[in-house]
Design a protein around this ligand. Structure first.
Ligand SMILES: Cc1cc2nc3c(=O)[nH]c(=O)nc-3n(C[C@H](O)[C@H](O)[C@H](O)COP(=O)(O)O)c2cc1C
Length: 350
């Protein structure tokens, strides 16, 4: 079964499923697996272990095209506090343009956590003029931001609600409500929905709301191909939604797994309070060190980004099986919903 949508056509993929970026960690092997399975694998913005991110991203892109001929994408976090963002935005378009196979396969850039405008420089323009099919999406965690983004030149939005793993908006709005808001106010915008998806029912509900694809983080952590530590995968499989909570992360609110470390963080009361806090670089370094601990398997003492969708995940599976199951279940779900609606004779509706 193939479900074709505006996003699958735009990105040239078979299934309306993407892997969500999960920096600061590597998702290179996961990207290959998701793209090979007919979804769109997305490389993360890697900053652990003191890596030079531009070199890591180049190496990851080379790895991906060596291992699959299918399309893929990548993430740049353009936050004010992300010291390498400008460099990545300037140098990566040039690198992609100079590598024909990468240029052909790299169809998606997702910017997040900051301004989408950082990518609109002469190098990105040249890349597009040179025949690249790359589409630029930006993460919108609120209607206000989504409306602002439309005037910036993005090709579409990644709509993400508070149930998702990792950084979230201050608005604290669920994916379900946010999607309805966006569809009502800006119905024409291509949407990828993220935050809370792990099943065919989830995909079916997103499609029925006019969404073109879903992006999943937590579900793909618990895949055999994901390079995260086995302890992280076990945590996903064994946790429930209430094992996650919102803390104050580097770029704002972040949904994490409840543990000794998360208890030490507290929610900020206002955006202003958070912005003042963001001027402190030491906090970034501390959080990165806490994230590295988790990546290495010390899940009790590190910070583990995790979504409420863990409630729905109870096994570590191959990416191809995850995607197949979700697409088949979504089809069944949509067919059943359609049949149920049609089965009710009109005279019975008083
Ligand atoms: C471990 C982890 C790391 C993440 N890092 C990033 C990131 O670097 N950039 C970004 O845009 N989103 C990041 N996110 C958010 C995801 O892209 C996505 O929105 C989220 O995982 C969706 O919720 P789900 O986990 O329920 O699928 C991260 C999420 C997780 C779980």
């Amino acid at each position: 079964m193939v479900i074709e949508t505006n996003i699958t056509s735009m990105l040239g993929i078979k299934h309306p499923i993407l892997s969500a970026p999960m920096g600061p960690f590597y998702t290179t092997k996961l990207t290959v697996a998701v793209s090979e399975a007919g979804g769109l694998g997305v490389l993360s913005h890697v900053t652990i272990h003191g890596t030079v991110t531009i070199d890591e991203m180049k190496k990851s892109m080379e790895y991906v095209v060596e291992h699959t001929d299918k399309p893929f994408g990548f993430n740049i976090r353009t936050a004010r506090l992300q010291p390498d963002a400008i460099k990545l935005c300037r140098q990566l378009p040039r690198f992609i343009m100079e590598n024909p196979k990468i240029k052909e396969q790299c169809v998606y850039l997702i910017t997040s956590a900051g301004s989408p405008r950082l990518i609109y420089n002469k190098h990105f323009e040249k890349l597009k003029e040179s025949g690249s099919n790359i589409k630029h999406f930006h993460v919108a965690p609120s209607l206000y931001l989504a409306e602002k983004l439309l005037n910036s030149g993005v090709d579409g939005l990644v709509i993400t609600g508070t149930e998702g793993g990792g950084h979230q908006s201050y608005e604290n709005i669920s994916t379900l409500v946010l999607l309805q808001q966006i569809r009502k106010h800006i119905p024409e915008v291509p949407i990828i929905a993220s935050g809370g998806y792990a099943t065919g029912e989830g995909l079916a509900s997103a499609l029925s709301m006019g969404v073109g694809a879903i992006a999943m983080g937590s579900r793909f952590i618990s895949s055999k191909e994901c390079e995260f530590h086995e302890n992280y995968k076990k945590m996903v499989v064994e946790s429930t939604a209430s094992d996650t909570e919102l803390i104050t992360g580097i770029f704002g609110r972040a949904r994490v797994w409840k543990n000794k470390m998360s208890e030490k963080h507290s929610l900020v009361e206002s955006k202003e309070e958070k912005q003042a806090e963001e001027t402190s670089m030491s906090k970034i370094e501390r959080e990165l060190a806490d994230l590295e601990k988790t990546y290495e398997g010390n899940i009790e003492e590190g910070i583990a980004y995790l979504g409420q969708s863990v409630e729905l995940i109870d096994s570590v599976e191959y990416v191809s099986d995850i995607i197949k199951t979700i697409v088949n279940d979504a089809e069944k779900c949509l067919t059943a919903a359609f049949n149920n609606i049609r089965k009710i004779p009109i005279e019975q509706i008083a």
